[in-house]
Design a protein around this ligand. Structure first.
Ligand code: SF4
Length: 435
């Protein structure tokens, strides 16, 4: 590469304004180690991406002459040598990040809030993120969401279902939490979210619906405060199913705990729906901690389960999930209960560059997919501070062998040609084709 023809580091000044700096080549980070970025694995910053200034984080880049990584200690464009900060990209759904933003923490800084932090660069007159597009579905694309129609339908649905407590809850999700599924519910398309559980039997480090007191950041959403009745659930589910061409109704949302803990009410609701229609796909997003309940829900008419995990290896699963009264072995029992009943099983695979693309995790994942006949991987960037994650797992700075996220994703496609890869819960025709 000619000098200056490399991806340039981005930094933010004290006011949060972002600049490229041609004196340093941008770096990516994995487990606290720094890596060169390959332009072949860049995506142009998609619409609705956000650039974050990372307070208390010093940007790291490579000296283009020596290739040695080092910090950008002050704003190179300020005469007073003011402070500068690392910059990361938060990119829209459907993209899997390959490297976290490269930085060093100043001492005593609080943890970063619950987002993912992709490396981003300035390259050939444009901004890019280190990421791979894993799903082209536009269902969460803000460009195609009519906020006027959402507002109008919030009013219409409130008039239609004045006593259904899920309507005001979902209206808040759509308008305050910017939940794309809640917006789609009010737009009458794709997947309707049906939260049911105020409680959970895990305590994920990065849980978005509840964080214990004393952490550096809040949860990004509040948990639903009530368990809806089977009638409330069935009423909205049927409404959505009847309205939409290939509808999905999903339990297990960002604004709740673990839905199988409301298993009885969900089971009754699914029965009510299935008495009226076989149309549509009923799905549960779950930590899969209750195999018997999972079995009952499939018996009642559930079509698919998306099982969330950060790792298919017990020590790392437990360090992140902090499960109460169950383990990864129980999760596997739930997968077996679903498969035994012909259910479609996705992994909601919470990925973090440096962990997910390690040789050991990849080998374990391949074994897991083959043994349990997993139907789909949904690639989700783990929304968590990328240095603290490795601290939590006891892996910070460890020199583990890495394959690269794109190798992992493309290799799985080759080794498991029937495995669906993507980001979103599939609709019923896709489920039928896959099983
Ligand atoms: S399983 Fe879900 S609700 Fe429960 S702690 Fe983890 S992220 Fe939160």
């Amino acid at each position: 590469m000619k000098k200056k023809d490399f991806p340039q580091l981005l930094f933010a000044d004290e006011a949060g304004k972002v600049y490229p700096f041609e004196g340093l080549e941008a770096a990516g980070m994995k487990a606290g180690r720094f890596f060169h970025l390959d332009p072949a694995e860049f995506v142009k910053l998609p619409d609705f991406s956000e650039l974050f200034m990372l307070p208390g984080r010093v940007p790291i880049g490579f000296d283009p002459e020596t290739g040695v990584p080092g910090p950008l200690l002050s704003d190179p464009y300020s005469k007073e040598k003011k402070k500068c900060f690392a910059v990361a990209a938060f990119i829209p759904p459907g993209h899997s990040i390959t490297h976290s933003a490269a930085f060093e923490e100043e001492s005593g800084v609080p943890m970063l809030p619950l987002f993912s932090y992709a490396a981003c660069v300035y390259y050939k007159n444009a901004f890019y993120a280190a990421a791979i597009q894993v799903d082209r579905d536009f269902r969460h694309d803000e460009r195609f969401m009519d906020s006027g129609l959402i507002e109008k339908n919030i009013k219409n649905y409130t008039d239609l279902f004045p006593k259904n407590r899920l309507v005001p809850h979902l209206a808040n999700c759509a308008t305050v939490n910017a939940c794309a599924n809640a917006k789609n519910f009010f737009l009458g398309r794709f997947e309707a979210p049906i939260p049911t559980s105020p409680v959970c039997n895990a305590q994920c480090q990065g849980c978005i619906s509840l964080q214990p007191d004393g952490r550096d950041f809040p949860s990004t959403q509040k948990r639903i405060a009530f368990v809806p009745t089977a009638q409330e659930i069935a009423e909205l589910s049927l409404f959505h199913i009847e309205k939409v061409e290939d509808p999905i109704v999903s339990f297990g949302q960002g604004c709740e705990g673990e839905p199988t803990l409301s298993g009885d009410v969900i089971e009754k609701a699914i029965q009510l729906v299935r008495q009226k229609t076989s149309k549509g796909s009923i799905n549960i997003n779950s930590n899969a901690s209750r195999p018997q309940t999972v079995g009952k829900l499939f018996d009642a008419g559930l079509n698919s389960i998306r099982v969330s995990l950060n790792s298919v290896r017990e020590p790392y699963y437990s360090l992140y999930y902090q499960p109460k009264g169950y383990s990864l072995a129980t999760v596997i029992e739930s997968i077996k209960a679903a498969k035994k009943r012909g259910g479609f099983v996705s992994l909601n695979y919470l990925s973090m560059p440096g962990f997910t693309d390690s040789v050991e995790e990849f080998q374990a994942l391949k074994k897991f997919i083959a043994e349990h006949k997993i139907d789909m991987i949904q690639w989700r960037n783990l929304n968590y501070d990328p240095l603290h994650y490795f601290r939590d797992l006891g892996l910070l700075g460890k020199n583990v062998e890495l394959l690269g996220m794109s190798h992992v994703i493309h290799n799985l496609e080759k080794e498991f040609p029937c495995l669906l890869m993507g980001y979103f819960n599939p609709q019923l025709p896709a489920l039928k084709n896959a099983t």
